[in-house]
Ligand binder design. Structure first.
Ligand code: COA
Length: 261
């Protein structure tokens, strides 16, 4: 067993579940994860995907036996294999539902890619992070787009080169995770984020990543102005926007809000 998937109402929980191997990932786990994220994304009942891990550590990143064994494959198979890890990162980044990561213990190497590809991450205050690849003679290559997006290029240069261990408070400052809380508060913090997500409109949430991407601080040119104006014009006249605006003005809950009685 490498991962476990469970459904709890509107939450699909995908758990790295190979603690004896420190949840290190090889080709089998990567395929299982891609499949689980696609399935949760396509499941109409699912509103939020929770990514977490069994055992003491979130994940030791790529399985180093598997990485080393790539030296025996031909170039095409080696490249194809690397692309599956890149596909996993992109699948999480583009998941059809918001993704929340829950992190305890060590999150090394590729594990940081999973965390940074998620929409939001909560870590226990004793969690440890490391981009350890350079110590192994490799680089955090396929995870770089997500990690650099999270911590920024200047910080990434340092940590890609030094492989220093990053403690949880520092990971919070760097933007690798959104919240750092005592381990006993991890679940309630995750639940609070999930509750907030369930209160929001699912269609609008689906468009939020693209909006952030288009409004990420690069030049505000005519195309960006057009895009943002068109987006609000579309959303406020759409069924979901009309429902949300009416619900507020009529002092009632919108129709997507779960009944918490
Ligand atoms: N790939 C394959 N096996 C791994 C692994 C990895 N990424 N990380 C740990 N393991 C194995 C260890 O070799 C050890 O195997 P053994 O029981 O046969 O000796 C077992 O998992 C437990 O590892 P250990 O280091 O004793 O566990 P720990 O709880 O003290 O520390 C880590 C956990 C994750 C901090 C530590 O294992 C580590 O630094 N791993 C390397 C992580 C890394 O650099 N990943 C980058 C991948 S690109």
């Amino acid at each position: 067993m490498t991962i476990t998937s469970t459904n709890q109402g509107p939450v699909s929980r995908i758990t790295l579940d190979n603690p004896d191997k420190r949840n290190a990932f090889d080709d089998t786990l990567i395929e299982a994860m891609i499949e689980a994220f696609e399935r949760a994304g396509a499941d109409d009942r699912t509103r939020v995907i929770l990514l977490d891990a069994a055992g003491k550590h979130f994940s030791a990143g790529a399985d180093l036996n598997w990485m080393r064994a790539m030296g025996e494959l031909d170039a095409d198979r080696n490249r194809a294999d690397a692309r599956r890890l890149a596909t996993l990162m992109r699948t999480i980044d583009g998941a059809a539902k918001p993704v929340v990561a829950r992190v305890q213990g060590a999150a090394f190497g590729g594990a940081l890619g999973l965390i940074c590809a998620a929409d939001m991450a909560v870590a226990a205050d004793d969690a440890r992070f490391c981009l350890s690849e350079v110590k192994l003679g490799i680089l955090p290559a396929v995870i770089a787009p997500y990690v650099v997006r999270a911590m920024g290029p200047r910080q990434a240069r340092r940590y890609f080169m030094t492989a220093e261990v990053i403690d949880a408070p520092r990971a919070g400052q760097l933007g690798l995770v959104h919240e750092v809380v005592p381990a006993v508060d991890l679940d309630t913090t995750v639940e609070r984020l999930i509750a907030a997500l369930l209160d929001g409109a699912p269609g609008a949430q689906r468009r939020a990543r693209e909006l952030v991407h288009r409004a990420d601080g690069s030049a505000v040119d005519d195309a960006v102005v057009d895009y943002t104006a068109d987006l609000i014009a579309e959303l406020r006249t759409g069924a979901e926007g009309q429902e949300g605006l009416s619900a507020f003005l009529e002092k009632r809950a919108p129709n997507w809000k779960p009944d918490r009685n």
